[in-house]
Write a protein that binds this ligand. Sequence first.
Ligand SMILES: Cc1ncc(COP(=O)(O)O)c(C=O)c1O
Length: 392
Amino acid sequence: MSPTIWQFSKRAITLKSSAIREILKVTERPDVISFAGGLPSPSSFPVKKIKQAVDDIFNSEDALHALQYGPTEGYQPLRTWIIDTINHREKLQLTVDNVLIVTGSQQALDLLGKALIDHGTKILVETPTYLGGLQTFTQYDPQYIAIDSDRYGLNPDLLTDEDARTASFLYTIPNFQNPTGRRLSLARRQKLAEKAIKNALLLVEDDPYGELDYQGQRLPSLISYAPNNTVYLGSFSKILAPGMRLGYIIGPTALISKLVQLKQAADLHTPSFTQYIAYEVIKDGYLLEHIPNIRKLYQHRCQFMLQQLEKYMPKTVHWNKPEGGMFIWVELPEHINTTELLTLAVNHQVAFVPGESFFANNPKRNYLRLAFVTVSEEQIEQGIKTLASLIK
Ligand SMILES: Cc1ncc(COP(=O)(O)O)c(C=O)c1O
């Protein structure tokens, strides 16, 4: 073999491929029942509506703008739609200057990492947390401080004033969290916001699942309690289609301006084409009829998986009952290592995500994440039955 003519940077060497992506490769096999990927259900994609939007754009002068370079901040009508929606929902008075459109909220995490983390910078994360967030932040070499959570979400009583004062930010997913499916309680939202204000702590509120509340009863976001202390990340991935790669950041203008510079250096701007399409789809209130259908579909699948867990799992296995979102978090007896269990499960054509990659520090190895929205009822029953027999 010829010697390589490149030398990877330290950052590239430290970066590990995400466990989910590695598993997804295996689960592309059609014989595997996959509870692993965090993908939305393709049956929720509004294909006809998007096709109509594309036709409408191409039948108008907008076509030329949609195919042209655009401003880094994003397509103005889409930014206006976003800020009007958030202002109305959270009772805020933010302006379009508080919004930056990004290439999925994953890019928001990366830009925030670039803007706010130096080698050794303290950042606070709930534990467990989104592994894609950890993967992104880790590139910038922070010192993680993990805050425990329970069925009501992150526990603000465990956040010390000292940590709150000295950390660069606290990263949290308050609604139907990835991986646990938990929702931060109202009382804890208030308490966390109070602590943030008291200690001048920045909250990074990542909210891709907030609209997937089965009862349609959203709790107020952290940004509504602490607008000057919060950067709110939204995404169209779970309510329209993730392939459009559309997300947004809402935050104080001084921070947004810096993120705009960083985004300019990264990719100039989010594709004009998908921004025009999204705006055309949603501008007349389409999401108000579309989102309830997604909620219904996901609630149904969730209930079905919960029933199968009840039916097949041994008494030593525990799980939560999500009120929204796409995930169930399962706790196995302590002696079971779910990464080892995965190898066995894949040999029996079932996949899930082992819990350990969702911990910033001190991983717990007896948890796993089940995603229920891309599998049929027959697959759910078969898959849970197989998993239960392997655990037994
Ligand atoms: C908590 C969380 N944040 C961010 C993302 C990235 O989403 P997007 O498709 O908007 O980049 C995901 C994707 O699953 C997620 O679960």
